[in-house]
Write a protein that binds this ligand. Structure first.
Ligand SMILES: Nc1ncnc2c1ncn2[C@@H]1O[C@H](COP(=O)(O)OP(=O)(O)OP(=O)(O)O)[C@@H](O)[C@H]1O
Ligand SMILES: [Mg+2]
Length: 138
């Protein structure tokens, strides 16, 4: 099964809705709670990164009984230094975004912790593709 969502940059009114929709589908499919939890952390952080840091993009969830793969693609500024962006506490979020409670620099480290496999490809001034896989370990 495959689900796809369009994500708009700075659209805070709808931020988190893709992750919520994916959660609903996984719960309805009877996926174990621990797996759902890990997938949703990954999907939510990727969705918010598009909202906060990019112009627009898509979140795709590839769902099978063995695993859930979340692919986030965006058009945006890209990530110039991926190892730096992966560090806990590193964030380029401006003050007005931090006032909203985002920008702790914990999104990518959290994705890394919860995913079994993570790949990031990014081109400055073009965009970013993140592929994160969560295995359904029972
Ligand atoms: N899709 C993206 N496009 C461009 N830059 C990104 C993208 N995702 C992450 N980054 C860059 O990587 C940094 C770290 O991302 P991370 O998700 O860990 O933290 P954050 O989004 O700044 O804060 P938090 O996720 O804790 O609210 C961001 O501040 C930003 O500079
Ligand atoms: Mg983030």
């Amino acid at each position: 099964m495959q689900l796809q969502f369009d994500i708009r940059g700075m659209d805070f009114a709808r931020a988190g809705q893709a992750a919520a929709q994916i959660k609903k589908v996984l719960q309805q499919a009877g996926m174990p709670a621990g797996t759902v939890r890990r997938v949703i952390i990954v999907a939510y952080e990727l969705e918010l990164n598009i909202v906060i840091h990019a112009c627009h993009g898509t979140i795709t969830a590839h769902i099978s009984p063995e695993m859930v793969k979340i692919v986030a693609r965006d058009r945006g500024p890209g990530i110039p230094d991926i190892p730096l962006a992966m560090q806990e506490g590193y964030s380029t979020a401006p003050p007005h975004i931090r006032e909203m409670g985002f920008g702790a620099g914990m999104g990518l480290p959290n994705i890394k912790k919860n995913a079994d496999h993570l790949e990031i490809e990014s081109e400055v001034n073009q965009g970013t593709v993140v592929m994160a896989m969560v295995l359904n370990k029972v």
